[in-house]
Write a protein that binds this ligand. Structure first.
Ligand code: PLP
Length: 427
């Protein structure tokens, strides 16, 4: 049986990995080395000219990273993947390949706060312009597209509210306009949602979150769907479809076909900007990924229990979790993430800002910190922390009003989590 024929759980453990050819080690070794010895001068020349694939230097490629990349590509159903230092590094490498100075992209305004910052502020230095659209209104993406638009960027399940995006509707708009759809699949993971099956062209992840799953290692990944034709529109994506001066005039899309995007992210992006993942972090994330299905299902089941309990609590004014039957995103969840709605959601407390601060201060089992996707349950009050610099109007737009608390439910006993929230609310 070939690797692609195995089921998801089997691939989470075995895809990309085999006993170490040098030692027979069964687990993937941490190849903690910066560089690799060439067979001879011809081998070295071939590697540098991309005439053959192989390890040169860990900034560009490393055997531990390679197993991680093959595993993620297999689970997402992409043609190839490139691992890097963080989720934000992955986003940067993606846009570097697509954008020239003066170009635009359209992004959903329902995004992880860090992505909003990256797009609004730091991308300005490259003269890359973000135009915001509303993930709840696919047509708003179409209206935002101009001749300079090079891509659309959305999240499958959106941070922080756990809202589910209509992937197929937005993919259709991307296809009609001949631009790639990039989906950040961090909160869903490929266990819950596989964006390529709904028309995405590129998937990115923060591996820091549920993929690694243990809150101990930073990582990111870019997955190439192999679906987009980079050379169809002459001059539109020059790094992918024009001769590259740093590789003797090689055209990536001609030489590498349906893995050209992944190759570009590696041999241009990682080579020149350098955000490589460390072999040790790649190993930690690989270990986490072996139990992805078990963990994600438990995360979802426990989250539904906590969300239902909060929904019945008199101190709580609303709960935003797509797994709840009456939630406005429940239909989309059934379509795009039928096994569960993930583990990150928000709720509102009667009593506003002071009550939000009080609950966060009084929890004992939940950790008060700015992360999601850990085995441990996490809590944050955005208005007094991550979003405290925003005006009242901006807070509301960001879904971070004064009464909003965000949870990321871990793998503890749900009864203990509920008891902790109960005592924190009553205290
Ligand atoms: C955390 C996160 C990122 C950024 O990833 P880092 O690994 O922290 O750089 C991007 N998107 C989403 C949805 C995230 O949760």
């Amino acid at each position: 049986m070939s690797e692609e024929d195995y089921g998801f759980d089997t691939r989470a453990i075995h895809a990309g990995a085999q006993p170490d050819p040098a030692t027979g080690a069964r687990a993937t070794p941490i190849y903690q080395t910066t560089s690799f010895v060439f067979d001879d001068t011809q081998h070295a020349a071939d590697l540098f000219a991309l005439r053959s694939f192989g390890n040169i230097y860990t900034r560009i490629m490393n055997p531990t990273q390679a197993v991680l990349e093959s595993k993620v590509a297999s689970l997402e159903g992409g043609t190839a993947a490139v691992a890097c230092a963080s989720g934000h590094a992955a986003q940067f490498l993606v846009f570097h390949l697509l954008m020239q100075p003066g170009d635009e992209f359209v992004a959903a305004s329902q995004l992880y706060g860090g992505s909003i910052n990256q797009f609004n502020h730091s991308f300005k230095s490259f003269n890359w312009k973000v135009v915001w659209a509303n993930a709840d209104k696919p047509r708003s993406f179409e209206k935002a597209i101009t001749k300079k638009t090079k891509a659309i960027f959305i999240e499958s399940i959106a941070n922080p509210g756990g809202k589910v995006t209509d992937l197929a509707a937005i993919a259709e708009i991307a296809r009609e306009n001949k631009i790639p759809l990039i989906v950040d699949n961090t909160l869903a993971t490929p266990y819950l949602c596989r964006p390529f099956e709904h028309g995405a062209d590129i998937v990115v992840h923060s591996l820091t979150k549920f993929m690694g799953g243990h809150g101990n290692s930073m990582g990111g990944v870019i997955v190439d769907g192999g679906t987009f034709n980079w050379s169809e529109q002459a001059g539109k994506y020059p790094l992918l479809s024009e001769p590259n001066a740093s590789y003797n005039g090689m055209v990536l899309s001609e030489t590498f076909g349906n893995i050209a995007f992944a190759i570009g992210a590696r041999v241009l992006g990682l080579r020149d900007f350098g955000p490589a993942i460390s072999p040790t972090n790649a190993f930690n994330i690989l270990t986490g990924m072996e139990t992805l299905s078990l963990r994600m299902q438990r995360h979802c089941d426990s989250t539904l229990k906590v969300a239902k309990w909060l929904n019945k609590n008199d101190a709580v004014s609303w709960v935003s979790y797509a797994g709840l039957k009456k939630d406005p995103y429940h239909k989309l969840q059934k379509r795009y993430a039928p096994k569960g709605a993930g583990a990150v959601f928000t709720f509102g407390l009667n009593g506003g800002y002071d009550m939000g601060v009080k609950v966060v201060s009084n929890v004992e089992l939940f950790s008060h910190l700015a992360n999601v996707g850990d085995t441990r349950s996490l809590i944050i009050h955005p208005a007094s922390t991550t979003h405290s610099q925003l005006s009242a109007a901006q807070l509301l737009k960001a879904g971070a009003g004064p009464e909003v608390v965000r949870l990321s439910i871990g793998l503890e006993d749900p009864a203990d989590l509920i008891a902790d929230l109960d005592q924190a609310i009553k205290a």
